[in-house]
Design a protein around this ligand. Structure first.
Ligand code: PLP
Length: 424
């Protein structure tokens, strides 16, 4: 089921009062649910010594959320300078941060090395010579190419821009060792929103095989293998949740087997974003217009600036109408925002109860890659974010964007540069 029943049970009784207090639209996140998922992840992988989650900051880059991750003992996976700053602002340092960038700039490498540094996860062999001060601990992102099939969001590995190829991987570690690296990690990320637990088990198997191959060639041992993010969540009510317990026990068996054969085993690291927070967020928006033309439309007071996934991936997000969850879903609507883009639709031809203007709609599973992906196209600003705390209080964790924010980067007086050679 999308969005946990517990979150719904906590949110539905208070949502009208919260909407009256803060106004709509807003994303609201469920602290208790995030903590439960974090604990479930840790206990599922408790059989692997040194298991560590690095929360993928891009999924929900908010310091309050990152503090919860820290409480859970998680590190952070970052891929930009602002994400590094955010992680450091909540107190993460050194090896609590993994920097998994791609198409990286010199400025980013220099920033990553400051303030206690972080674990560098290099995306390409050509970057080895560009890292300003080569670190002792280095990781590479491995792209298996035709050895694996990918999935819709992340694409086929052969076409994916990420990582070093199978043919390059031994050379990458050899060159890194020549540069002075003494500690090694191995990373991959081949799937996104994957609900089939066996796909992730195969990913772990693949990494352990590559680790073995590199060890055989170069005699180096890996401190960790990082299976990436990509754990899926059921957005659609018909989808089955990822079988976490079964996945974890099968992966644990692979690690046990490796240890039995090699006398040591790398730690297992992962960098889940969606799985940690996706189901623990909802977008609350109000119906403000209805329209009957070739189709029946419900216009709401938010748009794809608050949630891009339906427009970007044709992603399904379940919708509840507050106060009408037990009414028959006997109407068919497109639920739309106000952007001048016809794909600005939260739902297409969706069976819902009869909706009146003023009704509150709860759009499920916006806790990852929701607010974070938003933009300002068409002058539509991003909404506020709230946290439903464990004690039942509500915290405003990000205000809505204002017109001042929108105009902050515009120049209303000329700011000119005249190149020395001009033709006019
Ligand atoms: C986006 C991303 C993640 C998180 O992916 P989820 O699907 O949210 O788990 C992890 N690692 C890397 C390198 C990413 O780019």
């Amino acid at each position: 089921m999308p969005m946990s029943e517990d979150f719904k049970a906590r949110l539905l009784p208070v949502v009208e009062e919260v909407a009256a207090h803060y106004g709509t639209p807003f994303h609201i996140y469920d602290e208790a649910g995030i903590r439960q998922t974090g604990e479930a992840l840790k206990s599922a992988f408790a059989g692997i010594e040194g298991f560590q989650e690095y929360y993928a900051v891009k999924a929900l880059p908010n310091p309050r959320i990152l503090q919860i991750m820290q409480d859970l003992g998680f590190g952070f996976d970052c891929s930009s300078i602002p994400e590094l700053i955010l992680s450091r602002k909540v107190g993460a340092t050194g090896e609590q941060i993994m920097f998994t960038s791609n198409n990286t700039t010199l400025e980013e490498f220099e920033f990553a090395a400051q303030d206690g540094g972080c674990i560098l996860n290099l995306d390409d062999i050509s970057l080895i010579d560009k890292v300003p001060q080569f670190p002792e601990l280095i990781c590479f992102r491995y792209n298996p190419g035709p050895r694996r099939t990918g999935n819709l969001i992340i694409g086929n590995p052969v076409e994916a821009k990420y990582g070093v190829t199978h043919e390059q991987v031994v050379d990458a570690y050899r060159l890194a060792r020549d540069k002075g690296a003494k500690r090694f990690g191995l990373h991959t990320m081949v799937a996104s929103n994957e609900l089939d637990h066996s796909y992730m088990v195969e990913t772990a198997r693949m990494l352990l095989q590559v680790a073995e191959m590199v060890e055989t060639e170069l005699g180096i041992r890996f401190e960790f293998v990082n299976i990436g993010g990509g754990f899926g969540i059921p957005y659609h009510p018909d989808q089955q949740a990822l079988n976490l317990t079964r996945m974890a026990s099968e992966i644990t068996a692979l690690f046990d087997q490796f240890k039995a054969q090699h006398g040591y085993v790398p730690k297992m690291v992962m960098e889940s974003g969606r799985y940690m927070t996706g189901p623990h967020g909802a977008l609350v928006t109000q119906a403000i217009n209805h329209k009957e033309t070739y189709r029946r439309y419900i216009g709401v007071d938010s748009c794809m600036s608050a949630l891009m996934r339906p427009a970007l991936y044709e992603a399904y997000h379940h919708i509840d109408v507050v106060g009408k969850t037990s009414l028959p879903q006997d109407q068919v609507y497109d639920v739309v925002g106000s952007l001048c883009e016809n794909n600005d639709k939260f739902a297409v031809q969706r069976a819902l109860p009869q909706i009146e203007e003023g009704d509150l709609l709860l759009i499920h599973d916006t806790g990852a890659h929701g607010h974070a992906m938003g933009f300002q196209y068409n002058g539509r600003l991003r909404p506020q974010e709230l946290l439903l705390c464990c004690d039942g209080s509500i915290e405003l964790i990000r205000r809505a964007e204002t017109l001042e924010d929108y105009f902050a980067t515009q120049n209303f007086s000329a700011d000119l540069f005249r190149p020395s050679t001009t033709s006019c």
